[in-house]
Write a protein that binds this ligand. Sequence first.
Ligand code: NAP
Length: 305
Amino acid sequence: MRALQIRAYGDAPRLADVTGPEPGPGEVLIDVAAAALNPLDLKIAAGAMHGMFPVRFPYTLGTDVAGTVRRAGPGAPGWAPGDRVLARLDPSAGGAVATAAVVPAEQLVAAPRSVPPGPAAGAVTAAATAWQALTEVAGVRAGQRVLIHAAAGGVGSFAVQLARRLDAYVIATASGAGVAIAEELGAHEVIDHTAAPFEDRVSHVDVVLDTVGGAVEERSLATLVPGGLLVATPVPPDVARAAARGLRAEFVFHASDAARLETVVKLLDDGLRVLVDREIGLPEAAGGLAYLAEGHTKGKVVVRG
Ligand SMILES: NC(=O)c1ccc[n+]([C@@H]2O[C@H](COP(=O)([O-])OP(=O)(O)OC[C@H]3O[C@@H](n4cnc5c(N)ncnc54)[C@H](OP(=O)(O)O)[C@@H]3O)[C@@H](O)[C@H]2O)c1
């Protein structure tokens, strides 16, 4: 089989011919139809996540996978050859950007009926993180004002739609073609973050979803109502700085969770849209990661298995 691998932190990812994996007890071998790339893959490859997600080399990149069951290992009942599935692999194990992958059976869910494998893979981490941030961490309620940064990005493009489904008033930041995309996804207001400081244009926000970090985190605090909540995905936010201003700040830690992924599958079958920036073949996967690293993707970069 072929797999996009690194042999050390900082290595350029390369497509390698490797021995196909065998499913062990409780595992299922799937033929990969599509894998989605995430900023996490770049952070892991750079060695930046070693404390949280240590890996063994050679490491096959990718956590988000859609495919078809080829064979179940011993003690992995419930899945039959030909079943269409979706999974979020443990980041320390990786393995999605390949032609085949071994998945612990408890991480597999049935694929959505109405969405093809490429877009379905694109929803695995990004949509589940947006769901976790808005419902489990922030508990967004109808009528709340929610500011969503990077609204045309992977997490942001799902967050805009999900916040609308929660009947929130959605204010989004984006730029270029992303402005029209955010409007199409349902944002009530879109601020071009390259045209003016967003904090000059928006106030009285109950919840900020910050998927950008850095200066955007501190600037976002100025938009919040007293007691308002900043939810951050890139790194844990500065909780003390928020508290000093009478605000709250929380980090989203997205762990693989089949029950949450099943919720995402239901949402996909209920019309949640997946914005696919580009769908590429395995030989282009390293280039796809380099494109993602530029930081301006509109939706997801998806790699066919
Ligand atoms: N904690 C967790 O469990 C978890 C889970 C998922 C993701 N994450 C992290 O969350 C972050 C976002 O992930 P993602 O997949 O959504 O990233 P992404 O898809 O790569 O985000 C790209 C988008 O970011 C936008 N952007 C960049 N700078 C911006 C700015 N200053 N203001 C507004 N938009 C800006 C870009 O729009 P422009 O072209 O307009 O700049 C682009 O559309 C990453 O750091 C990722 O690692 C964490």
